[in-house]
Design a protein around this ligand. Structure first.
Ligand code: UN1
Length: 514
């Protein structure tokens, strides 16, 4: 009874109704076709329906793209610092709604309240970053080789940016992309995961308010769909200059190929298969909590989740014992309960995949230091597992989105690095050590081949200030901080002749008869 009251007040605070339109058009605001099919958002902790959402169809997607294209024609001329104002306003609204939005993420995605609030904080940080960046879209000035010439480069908006996001970070990954895309002068179309439509609607409502208050429209729009027709249209439509896609390597490969075939741009943030190495000098009081947070945080459903653990032989038994003890005490349950460390998986399919992975460990001849499994419902709850595995097994080479950690041992760091890098993916990596030489080796060209490499920090929980993304099958894209803003703009090199002659580059002489 109390739980329901609580749930309704969260939805109410964010203006989520029993039935919600799932399309926000740049011109027409919220639109809903009563004949459109709808999806029902389910709370993964209770399997109860939260609310329903009417979906976009292909026609409506094409119209939204056209309207965004038209809006981008005016937005590009708004000075970048003024573009920053709208993101500042969204940041303020996120601050005001942090608690409610965090709770909604817990309700819909099953993440613990701590982590969900952290996700909203990640959006707020990203908004602050983007506002500052709006005054720093710097280009370089070069010295021309020609007399009385000036040469520089400038950065200009692309036009329309599509952002396709996953359920596990239902709002933060959108913010990484959308805030930077907006301050760089683009209009944004968001196609969220159909598993977390309410989070997207709640955020879009804040965007709507910020657009109205600042007097702009068409900067942010939203297309919720049931299948993949809208996502495919965004991918193949020539009016969409950049597609930022977060999801599996399998789907990302298709997205990348389709966008490349039409000479569009893509940012791909795909599967990870992240390893954490503990060497013989490591401080285990740091390493063990980092492993546990990395492996079971977000119920193992982060792209940065720690999936493989390489232990130096000398401390293998000690670490294993400590992990077993900690795993026994993990509280699993209602993600809105502050004591809980692990919520449910997102849905029945995710639970089935996790159980299949446990079975595969056994088929491959592995054993378990901690054997997890499904917990009694309602809710898609599981208990976490630590398997004793081998790196080359097909199961270990792929990403299983669940709390399954593969444990392996090593004698020399070079061996561990070699194993760590011997997977198709290359997102995040970590070494726990107090040995300077080992740390430097890990970070050197002979070290980790990942986009993120940490010392004495786990594989997950990156800050927004750095560029986020990975190599190889992770897709090569970079999002969030650092200089990633450049991916949302086109670079133009300008050379200006302010003299009275027309000297040619490379000293050519070309005497045109007159
Ligand atoms: C993801 O799982 O798609 O580094 C993103 C982290 C978070 C982002 C994860 N800041 O774990």
């Amino acid at each position: 009874m109390y739980a329901h009251y609580h749930q309704n007040s969260i939805l109410e605070k964010l203006q989520i109704n029993k039935h919600n339109p799932g399309v926000y058009d740049p011109c027409e605001s919220w639109s809903s076709d009563p004949s459109a099919i709808s999806i029902i958002s389910v709370n993964p902790a209770t399997e109860e329906n939260l609310a329903s959402v009417t979906c976009a169809n292909l026609e409506c997607c094409k119209q939204v793209i056209e309207n965004a294209r038209l809006s981008a024609e005016s937005w590009r001329s708004v000075p970048a610092p003024a573009r920053g104002n709208i993101v500042r306003r969204i940041g303020e609204l996120l601050r005001k709604n942090k608690d409610a939005l965090g709770s909604l993420i817990s309700l819909e995605a099953g993440k613990t309240k701590q982590e969900s609030d952290g996700e909203v904080q990640e959006m707020i940080d990203m908004a602050d970053f983007a506002v500052g960046q709006s005054r720093m879209l710097y280009g370089k000035t070069m010295h021309s080789e020609r007399i009385n010439h000036r040469m520089y480069e400038q950065w200009l908006p692309l036009g329309v940016v599509a952002i396709i996001t996953a359920f596990n970070f239902p709002v933060a990954v959108w913010a990484w992309n959308a805030f930077i895309a907006a301050i760089t002068g683009n209009c944004v179309i968001w196609r969220p995961s159909p598993k977390t439509p309410l989070c997207a609607i709640a955020v879009q409502k804040l965007c709507h308010q910020a657009m109205q208050e600042t007097g702009y429209h068409g900067i942010f729009s939203l297309l919720i769909e049931k299948g993949s027709a809208v996502a495919e249209q965004l991918t193949c439509d020539g009016r969409v200059a950049l597609v930022s896609f977060t999801g599996s390597s399998h789907v990302g490969q298709r997205v990348g190929a389709t966008v490349a075939a039409r000479m569009g741009r893509s940012i791909l943030e795909l599967s990870g298969n992240n390893a954490l190495i503990i060497d013989q000098t490591a401080n285990l009081d740091l390493a063990i909590p980092a492993v546990v947070f990395g492996a079971i945080g977000t119920t193992g459903q982060r792209c940065t989740t720690t999936r493989r653990l390489f232990l130096h032989t000398s401390l293998y038994d000690e670490v294993l014992g400590r992990l077993q003890k900690t795993y026994r005490q993990i509280s699993i349950g209602n993600p809105l309960d502050h004591q809980v460390l692990m919520g449910p998986l997102i849905d029945a399919w995710a639970r089935k995949t996790y159980l299949a992975a446990i079975a595969s460990v056994k088929t491959a001849g592995g054993s378990f230091a901690v054997e997890g499994g499904a917990l009694e419902g309602p809710g898609y709850f599981v208990s976490p597992s630590i398997a004793i595995s081998e790196n080359h097994w097909p199961l270990v080479q792929t990403e299983t989105f669940g709390p399954l950690l593969h444990l392996m041992r090593f004698d020399h760091l070079t061996q561990a690095i070699e194993m760590q890098n011997s997977v198709p993916q290359g997102l995040s990596s970590a070494l726990f050590t107090n040995n300077l030489v080992n740390a430097e080796l890990f970070l050197s060209a002979q070290g980790s081949d990942c986009g993120i490499a940490n010392i004495n920090i786990g594989t997950s929980g990156a800050e927004i200030g750095g560029a986020f993304g990975g190599e190889k099958a992770t897709g090569g894209g970079r999002e969030a901080g650092s200089d990633t803003w450049q991916s949302y703009m086109r670079r133009q090199t300008n050379t200006i002749n302010w003299g009275n002659d027309l000297p040619l580059a490379q000293g050519l002489s070309f005497n045109v008869p007159n």
